[in-house]
Write a protein that binds this ligand. Structure first.
Ligand SMILES: Cc1cc2nc3c(=O)[nH]c(=O)nc-3n(C[C@H](O)[C@H](O)[C@H](O)COP(=O)(O)OP(=O)(O)OC[C@H]3O[C@@H](n4cnc5c(N)ncnc54)[C@H](O)[C@@H]3O)c2cc1C
Length: 384
């Protein structure tokens, strides 16, 4: 892929996305099918290995470059949800994986031979309360035995590896409530049918999400990433990067909605003049644009701080909050601008509208971001 300037990366992503126009996504959306060709094209162009160091065959670029890639995918009307996890999960493996794990997996992930797309954290009973998760991994000789269930494990059917968060110490035995969970890199190719079952969940938008069941699944002991019991801390690090990248996708969505709406507002004539001449049409778009610019600055700031090695809990959460709300504001203004035509599939607005709604709920719900800011930044009492 282009390792040049941000402008060159944007241009290269735009050029690739031109091969995947609205009808491609509409057909997949109808069938709830995975965008295999799109993901293959991104992999071959090197975009999914953007954060993998060049010694392992990746581009070795920084988080801001990955954010640019995902923003531009979304601004082009495409969707990075089918593959963004490969980019953001990389951090956990890079920071905490052993040299052996990196040598074994990273070159194959960079070349596309192996896909690391599945992230198994959320469970049906624990929900946002990650520390209450119940899936266990118990050491038995040279392997761990995994039992439990995950939900919303997106892309599991289209991934070879899963980054799994499981309990390795019972909650009652913990001194520190944030310890006791561990991260594993599970090779799903060996596990399917041998203790691992995947069931797709049909959702409001095309997202290839699933529920995953573990029944006495034996995984080799060397699947453990980093130290036993430190998994929650590792995942939190990665989640900040994830929030920045998801926020960048939201900025891309917002740009797409505003671009589409302003073009239409200039052309569509009702009562003998362009609808865009009415301030009732202009102002919601101008307001959404201002919100989007502010969100974009927050995303760039969070990425830059991350790259300088700072802890970015506050900045990553603010970027995700502002960007997911700004893209939704833009989506609303776009629907209102298009009137009835917004509801016709052929304009892609209803599809993007459904897709954009997700980001106020996942990967972290807005309330949980507000609770984080209230407690950890504004020093108010813990709410839960
Ligand atoms: C399409 C999709 C894809 C996903 N992909 C993945 C994935 O790949 N991997 C993965 O691990 N997870 C994934 N998720 C899960 C996602 O991260 C969770 O849905 C999200 O974190 C919210 O958790 P929950 O759905 O369990 O909601 P709950 O935790 O049940 O919360 C429900 C509502 O209550 C609110 N709430 C709960 N507690 C509080 C509180 N103390 N204060 C205020 N409000 C509160 C929440 O904010 C939310 O609005 C995905 C979800 C979806 C829908």
């Amino acid at each position: 892929m282009s390792t040049g300037s941000t402008a060159e990366i944007r241009e290269a992503v735009r050029a690739l996305c031109k091969h995947f126009p609205g009808p491609y996504w509409r057909d997949l959306d109808r069938a709830r099918a995975y965008p295999t060709e799109f993901v293959r094209a991104l992999t071959e162009a090197g975009f999914l290995g953007v954060l993998i160091p060049d010694e392992y065959g990746g581009s070795g670029l920084a988080l801001s470059a990955a954010a640019t890639v995902l923003e531009e995918i979304h601004a082009s009307g495409c969707n990075g949800g089918a593959c963004h996890a490969q980019i953001y999960m990389m951090g956990t493996l890079l920071r905490h994986g052993s040299d052996e794990q990196k040598r074994r997996w990273l070159p194959k992930i960079a070349s596309g031979e192996i896909r690391l797309q599945a992230f198994g954290v959320t469970e049906p009973t624990s929900g946002s309360d990650t520390l209450a998760l119940r899936t266990t991994a118990v050491r038995q000789g040279d392997h761990f035995l995994v039992n439990g269930q995950k939900i919303w494990t997106s892309r599991a059917e289209h991934s070879d590896l899963m980054l799994l968060l499981a309990r390795t110490t019972p909650q009652a035995e913990l001194k520190e409530r944030t310890d006791g969970l561990s991260v594993f890199l599970v090779d799903m190719r060996n596990a399917l049918g041998a203790g691992l079952t995947i069931r797709p969940i049909r959702t409001m938008m095309n997202h290839a999400t699933t529920e995953v069941f573990f029944e006495n699944l034996a995984i080799p002991a060397d699947s453990l990433v980093g130290d036993l019991g430190r998994g929650f801390h590792y995942i939190l690090d990665g989640m900040n990067a994830e929030r920045v990248l998801i926020a960048a996708e939201c900025v891309g969505d917002g740009r797409w909605f505003i671009g589409k709406a302003t073009a239409y507002a200039r052309e569509r004539r009702v009562f003998g003049r362009p609808i865009g001449q009415n301030q009732g049409i202009q102002f919601p778009l101008a307001r959404a644009y201002a919100a989007l610019r502010a969100a974009d600055l927050a995303v760039r700031d969070a990425a830059a701080r991350f790259e300088s090695g700072a802890r970015i809990g506050e900045e990553a959460n603010i970027a995700k909050l502002l960007a997911s709300e700004a893209s939704w504001q833009a989506a609303e203004a776009c629907v209102q601008t298009f009137g009835g035509f917004a509801f016709a599939e052929e304009y892609d607005i209803e599809r993007k509208y459904r897709e954009a709604r997700l980001y106020q709920v996942a990967p972290v719900s807005t309330n949980l971001i507000l609770a984080y800011l209230a407690e950890h930044v504004l020093d108010m009492p813990r709410a839960y």
